[in-house]
Structures are given as structure tokens and as C-alpha cells.
Design a protein around this ligand. Sequence first.
Ligand code: HH2
Length: 291
Amino acid sequence: MPAVSTTTMLKFTATTHDVPGRAWAGLPPGPVVMGILNVTPDSFSDGGDAMDAARAIEAGQRMIAEGAGLLDIGGESTRPGAVPVPPEEERRRVLPVVAALAGRGVALSVDTRNAGTMAAALDAGAAIVNDVTALTHDPAAASLVARRGCPVVLMHMRGTPATMMAHATYADVAAEVMAELNARIGAAETAGVVRSSIAIDPGIGFAKTGEHNIVLLQRLPILLGLGCRIVVGVSRKRFIGQLSGAEDMKQRMAGSIAAGLYALSQGATILRVHDVAATVQAVRTWQALAG
Ligand code: HH2
């Protein structure tokens, strides 16, 4: 893990105010709601809800009408211990949904760690790659993203979905996540990815305990120093249940919105959520008041 010097930290802090409005993926500068479309039978929070293409397309259309600025389409669950999905099956799940929702007024991201799925989804009309492994899982991913020149979300994780919780040990979670994301940005740039096409994500729940998630959100402004827009996904996650007492994942909407608004106040500008209509209403109200 690269060391981050005090001078670098100060430089990061000094540029903080520049970042939230930064152009990325053609999105407006303020908060954007990214609707989650999991075309999977086993996602932790909505598994099976949008499993077949027709239901996923309908859900996507509803999210667009509800004010989503982005749709994130995935065909493989990354919950702790999830069974990996062969890339061919992943493509069978996501491609018809991408093709049907392309050109409907919002950008589509494909949530995948496989270069073949990234390429096929971009060909089918997706504009953005969202990789929970920050382009580390597939050796062909970084050069593919560089060649296509598409915007990319680099999320922080350690290990794999199967092993990540064994790696949830940090002396200073915020500084280590920042340093590790900084290293991933550097690796992507070395592969030819342009920095302005990169957004970052602290990876809430990925190789993090509930306490780590809380500290990361409280110290989120440290990530602004990396000069990229920040995506945050707290929606229905386990720590929302821990904080609020809501054990049923589908009963975690209010807590998810509270955590999402808090993330916006800490410098995030893209919220990855299941409950689009309620989040859009909350974000608009928060934005009007916060200015
Ligand atoms: N979280 C999940 C999946 N992809 N991508 C980004 N950038 N940030 C996240 O926090 C994130 C993500 C996990 O949530 P979900 O899609 O609801 O569940 P599953 O992985 O089980 O499909």
C-alpha cells in the first residue's frame, strides 16, 4: 500500500472545493441518483425482483420516470460469499436490459468486473463501467476502458466478494481507503485511462465492518482530494440495519436515505440506490435547503 505524505494530504484538502461540480460522464454537477437494476436471483437486497429481462426493463423505465439520472445494471451479486457468475451468463442477463433501456434519456452503467461484459454492454448502449474491483479482477479491463474512453467508477474493495470480510482490518480506514483508491487511479492512468473519466467509490460494506462504514462516511471529504467525483452506495446495506434496527432489507429505505443525504453533505455527488422516487424527493428537498 503506498504511503500518503502529510504534504499530499494537505494538497488534497486544498482542492476539496473544486471537486463536487466536476464534469463526469456528462452528468449535471449536483447530486445524481443512480438507480440499481440487479438482474440477478441472489442480490442481497432485491434478489429476484428484476430477474427476468422484462421485469428489469419495466423497473428501469419506472426509475427513469422517477428521476434517476443514471441506471446501474448488473448481472452478478457481489454480496459477501456470493457465488461467482460465469461471464457468459452475466452477459445473457444484462445485455437485453441494456439494449432496451439505451437511448431513453439517462446514461447506463454496467456493474461488472469482467472485461468481456464491459465491452458487450458498451456495444449494446451502456456509457459507463462500474467495477467493484476497480479494474483489478480482469487483466483486460483497464486497457478495455482506456481504449473505449468511457467513464468508469473505481470502487474500493479488498479480496473478492467471497474473502473480503477477512480483509476488514485497518489502522486508519479513511486514510487507507484513500491511499488504495489513489493507487487504483494511478494503475488505471498507467493503462491509459484519462483521470477526468474516473469517479471513485469508498465501497461501503466491501471489506468493511459497520464501524468502518461509519468512519468512512464521517471522513468522506478526505477522498475529495483525489480529484474525482464520489459515488456512494449505502442503499439497504447491513450497516443501515445495524444503525436503525431494521432487520428486513426492504424496510431500510428511510435509513438509506438518511445515510445518502449525509454522504452528499460529506462530498458525494452520486448516490447508488434501490428506492429512486423517495431518494429523488429527499435529495431535491435537501438540495433546495442546503443550497
Ligand atoms: N454495491 C453493490 C454492488 N455494486 N457498485 C458501486 N459502485 N458501489 C457500491 O456500493 C456497490 C456497487 C452491492 O449492492 P447490490 O447491488 O444491491 O447487491 P448485490 O451485489 O448483492 O447485487
